[in-house]
Design a protein around this ligand. Structure first.
Ligand code: SF4
Ligand code: ZN
Length: 728
């Protein structure tokens, strides 16, 4: 780098500083030093400043201190590190500027409604630009990031030469599954080209002002805080974390200005190389000039060593994990299957290698372009039978493959798939139909994905799709239901006692380096995505991969769920960070959490039990903390007795904190979660204690949300936890 570039960075930094100082002076004068400063939905105060300095800024008065901390980073020398520090200072000033916006207005960004966040924890309501992302939103990316389902993060800044070019680049990233953040006029260009945007679609407009780029820097640093358990203030460690583990990069389109370049310096410091369209300077691997729009994507992926696996699929619409969260609403819907209106089911079975014809796709019954009635939604029954065969295929893997149908179908741009088995509900958009999507393409997608993802066990695959009402009904009754029933029986019999091996899951180590999940039949991974059968199948697919068997042997303590073999596996795989875990206790050496858990449970001492909060719940729980605040107490592979991240499915397992008395310790859950788990929970509690409809005794936010109210309710119901041994 030459001095010229440094001067540009120092000038950009000075501009941020001036604006931040003015903003703070104004807000101090107008709102007073006591006024609260916060971004919605985060337990990490102003996350960047917190990660960089260790200081939690919570009110206007403290913003003055934040200014001083940022200024301490500025030295204006001809040395590279000082120029990069000026980038870091710029990021801090930008965060101050953004934070002040939130003091004046709870919703400084259009389309971002606070209600949306509170109601669901995750924001889906945004149509234009978003500003801050919540902790819950970041956590929700966790599993996708570790499985490389999201292979990288693109940050696009500025204005492309025309909107079509921009759209092609965004679609390219989206088609590859990347998360794309946008800052500046590129947002309008994407809107102009009807690019569907939102967190669910992995295309996230942040804001028009360059300062809004801080919200993606905040995502990277919070990943380090949440998943990496990196100490706030240890900026060197945070930088190492983001550089090694967050595969982000920046594309600057159009002319740059000094502020953009100062922000670029901040990005470089975190390990995120910017490419610029307009030449400024080139620093190999750090700052790249790429004027050719055709090459931007390839150059960027290469700069971060992001490798994309391509599967050729014969399908007229895009197929990418980025479309997984897409919803198909009534007004855009062309066809609908199942969802209580028509019969529908899906099934994966194992066939004989000699009898299965690979890539045979058959549609029996009317297709969606037949019997069309003007303006009317096409509604058909649907049976999808996927038959696979392979030398290494096991019957037990059928359910693993079958559950993937949900994801594969959702990858289709313009398709929505909800549910599983014979409660599936599928919608297709008019747009997909117009592009030529027909029923056989469902077969093509399932075929390609099954062969691709399960290549080690699936040597042949054929798909048959039924749409005649008689066929769907008859095959459903005669073939499908008996198979479901048989599987249920097998699953019920599958207990921790009935198997010889548990499995490790190390997937999340790419983000939480010392975290190890131990997956057992009765305790699935805390992300909710990895069951014992999944782990077993993964071991088969990828013998040296993230799921390795732990041969159980004799238990040291059956009640706590302590095994020498498990301790050894955890100690080895956490590189000594964790030496002992129990599988059935939340007080004594509980399993660690990475950060992507679906739920978290925590002790409510006065109720002699635990509360459980799921990620989607945005309000404060009866222990005075939100999901995000509870979650911030644990994570990053650290043991925190009294708190434990877990999957939804664990609520209903007889092993749920069995050492402390089990499921009847649950005293409060958000209503949505309670309804979701009620059936399994009630069945398990009844079998264990004889209590009927236990879920009716569990309080929720519609009944009471404060300690006193909860206790009153528990007493009125005679909740069993009140009579159990003291929990602490
Ligand atoms: Fe991560 Fe555990 Fe889920 Fe594996 S099972 S993906 S380690 S949370
Ligand atoms: Zn995880």
């Amino acid at each position: 780098m030459n001095m010229n570039l440094f001067d540009i960075i120092y000038d950009g930094q000075a501009q941020y500083q001036k604006r931040a100082e003015e903003a703070v002076a104004k807000v101090v004068a107008e709102k007073g030093k006591e006024a609260a400063v916060k971004f919605p939905g985060t337990a990490y105060a102003l996350p960047c400043i917190y990660a960089i300095t260790g200081e939690k800024i919570t009110n206007v008065g403290e913003l003055e201190k934040a200014l001083e901390l940022a200024k301490e980073k500025v030295h204006r020398t001809p040395y590279l590190q000082d120029a990069l520090d000026a980038g870091t200072a710029s990021a801090m000033f930008a965060e101050i500027i953004e934070a002040v916006k939130f003091v004046y207005d709870e919703v400084p960004y259009a389309g971002r409604k606070v209600e949306d966040i509170n109601a669901e924890g995750l924001n889906t309501g945004a149509d234009r630009y978003l500003g801050n992302l919540t902790d819950a939103e970041i956590r929700s990316f966790g599993v996708a990031l570790v499985t490389q389902d999201i292979p990288g993060v693109a940050v696009i800044i500025g204005e492309a030469k025309d909107s079509e070019t921009l759209a092609n680049i965004v679609k390219d990233y989206q088609g590859k599954g990347l998360l794309t953040f946008m800052v500046g006029k590129v947002i309008d260009q994407a809107v102009e080209q009807n690019i569907k945007m939102g967190i669910d679609l992995r295309v996230i407009p942040l804001g028009y002002e360059i300062e809004s780029v801080i919200h993606v820097i905040s995502v990277a640093l919070r990943a380090s805080l949440i998943f990496g358990a990196t100490t706030p203030g240890d900026f060197l460690k945070h930088r190492t974390y983001t550089k090694d583990r967050v595969k982000a990069f920046v594309n600057v389109f159009g002319p740059w200005d000094n502020k953009i370049i100062a922000a670029g310096a901040a990005a470089i410091e975190l390990g995120f190389p910017p490419t610029t369209e307009t030449y400024i300077n080139e620093v190999p691997t750090l700052l790249i000039n790429q004027p050719d729009y055709e090459k931007v994507v390839a150059t960027s992926l290469e700069a971060r060593n992001i490798k994309i696996k391509v599967t050729e699929i014969d399908c007229p619409v895009a197929v990418s994990s980025a479309f997984e969260g897409e919803r198909v609403r009534k007004d855009t819907m062309f066809a609908e299957f199942g969802g209580n209106r028509t019969e529908s089911w899906e099934l994966v079975t194992t066939g004989d290698l000699a009898e299965i014809e690979d890539h045979k796709i058959t549609v029996i019954g009317p297709d969606i372009d037949e019997n069309l009635e003007e303006g009317k939604v096409v509604r058909l029954p649907l049976g999808v039978k996927v038959e696979v065969a392979g030398k290494a295929m096991q019957k037990d893997f059928e359910t693993v493959l079958e559950r993937r149908i949900h994801y594969f179908m959702n990858y289709v741009e313009g398709a929505m798939h909800v549910g599983q088995r014979n409660i599936v509900w599928i919608r297709l958009t008019k747009e997909a139909f117009e592009k030529g999507f027909r029923l056989k393409h469902i077969g093509e997608v399932l075929y390609a994905k099954m062969r691709d993802e399960f290549d080690k066990v699936v040597d042949k695959c054929q798909v048959t799709i039924y749409t005649n009402p008689e066929d769907v009904k008859r095959i459903g009754e005669e073939l499908v239901k008996p198979i479901y029933a048989e599987r249920d029986e097998r699953m019920d019999a599958l207990t921790d006692e009935s198997v010889d091996e548990f499995y490790t899951c190390l997937l999340c180590q790419s983000f939480a380096p010392s975290h190890v999940c131990i997956v057992t039949p009765e305790r699935l991974g805390l992300c909710g995505a990895v069951s014992w059968l999944d782990a077993k199948a993964t071991k088969e697919l990828d013998p040296t991969g993230p799921n390795q068997p732990v041969v159980k042997g004799e238990a040291i303590d059956e009640k706590l769920g302590r095994w020498a073999s498990v301790d050894e596996a955890v100690a080895t795989n956490s590189q000594g960070a964790v030496e002992q875990v129990t599988l059935y206790s939340i007080l004594e050496d509980p399993m660690t959490s990475c950060g992507c858990f679906e739920c978290i449970c925590g002790i409510m001492p006065e109720a002699n039990g635990v509360i459980i909060v799921n990620r989607e719940f945005g309000d404060t729980s009866p222990v005075g903390m939100t999901f995000g605040e509870l979650a911030s107490m644990t994570g990053g592979g650290v043991q925190t007795p009294g708190f434990m991240g877990h999957g939804r499915f664990l609520i209903g397992s007889k092993k749920f904190m069995a050492a402390e008395g089990g499921l009847t310790r649950i005293v409060w859950m958000p209503k949505e979660l309670k309804d979701d788990v009620a059936e399994r929970l009630n069945k398990a509690v009844k079998e264990m204690t004889g209590i009927e409809n236990f879920s009716d005794m569990v309080c929720d936010e519609t009944i009471a949300n404060d300690s006193e109210g909860v206790l009153e309710f528990l007493e009125s119901k005679g909740h069993p936890a009140l009579g159990m041994d003291p929990i602490m």
